[in-house]
Design a protein around this ligand. Structure first.
Ligand code: NAP
Length: 251
């Protein structure tokens, strides 16, 4: 079944920034495909919130680093929600705080696979559906970078920072590649945001502990990042493409 509402895929939408984006996008009139990797119950709760706002929602399990799973995810969206109008490449991971000389290859391969390859795979499938070159009617893509791409995250996770640097470059290149095909491509660079991701670095309390080094003296919330993402997706940002918007409290 399809309606006139635009359809948005948000990867990693079962919690954190992705979940906040799903909730706000529904209020702004998007139907939402809620992708997740492991936590089906959390994804379903987000989908219920979207439905509560009067919009359609489905949950779609897929590891964004798995090409077959990504292809199946897009096919389900085609069949169950209809024409895709937006993509938020939000799924992303960090690993334990470490120096480069303590890291192993397996860690990097997983980071690149989820943070870089996952974003490129999903963007490719979105372009195949949204580009006027392929018979689409256009759309918008927002990639999740990080202020770590600028700062490098020394003695924390330079590998993660490098993966987000790749996202910045990808955003600028793809934006130009598809600008004449009706697709806008932008990125948001969050600073330290209060979500579960910090537990994976071994420092669950990092947002609060880091407050003093943030010019605004506090971590950001997932809702504050979602507001920037949903604006970049919207018609209000109709002349904005290739932009990388810092949402970092001045950091
Ligand atoms: P989070 O709270 O850890 O949530 C991550 C989400 O991604 C979850 O829904 C998780 O699903 C999903 N996910 C993880 N691996 C996946 C995979 N391989 N395939 C599909 N989904 C996957 O993260 P967050 O803090 O909201 O971060 C969202 C994005 O913002 C990330 O790209 C992150 O790098 C970026 N960012 C965050 C911060 C920050 O301080 N929080 C700062 C800068 C940038 P399951 O629950 O099912 O595993």
């Amino acid at each position: 079944m399809s309606t006139n509402a635009p359809v948005l895929l948000i990867t990693g939408a079962s919690r954190g920034i992705g979940a906040a984006t799903a909730r706000l996008a529904a209020l702004r009139g998007w139907d939402v495909a809620v992708n997740y990797a492991r936590d089906a119950a959390a994804a379903e709760a987000v989908a219920e919130t979207v439905r509560g706002a009067g919009r359609r929602a489905i949950t779609v399990v897929a590891d964004v680093a798995d090409e077959a799973a990504v292809l199946a995810m897009f096919q389900r969206i085609d069949h169950e929600l209809g024409r895709l109008g937006g993509l938020v490449n939000n799924a992303g991971i960090v690993d334990l705080k470490a120096r480069l000389d303590q890291m192993d290859l397996a860690r990097w391969q997983r980071l690149w696979a989820v943070n870089i390859t996952g974003s490129l795979l999903c963007a490719r499938e979105a372009v195949r559906r949204m580009s006027t070159r392929h018979g689409g009617v256009g759309g918008a893509i927002v990639n999740l970078s990080s202020v770590a791409a600028r700062l490098g995250a020394p003695a924390m996770y330079v590998d993660y920072a490098a993966s987000k640097g790749a996202i910045d470059t990808f955003t600028q290149g793809l934006a130009q590649e598809v600008a004449a095909e009706g697709i806008r491509v932008n990125a948001v660079r969050p600073g330290i945001i209060d979500t579960d991701i910090h537990a994976a670095s071994g420092d669950r309390h990092r947002p609060q502990a880091a407050a003093a080094m943030i010019p605004m003296q506090r971590p950001g919330s997932a809702d504050e990042v979602a507001a920037a993402i949903v604006w970049l997706l919207s018609a209000e940002a109709s002349y904005t493409t290739g932009a990388i918007l810092d949402v970092g409290g001045g950091r």
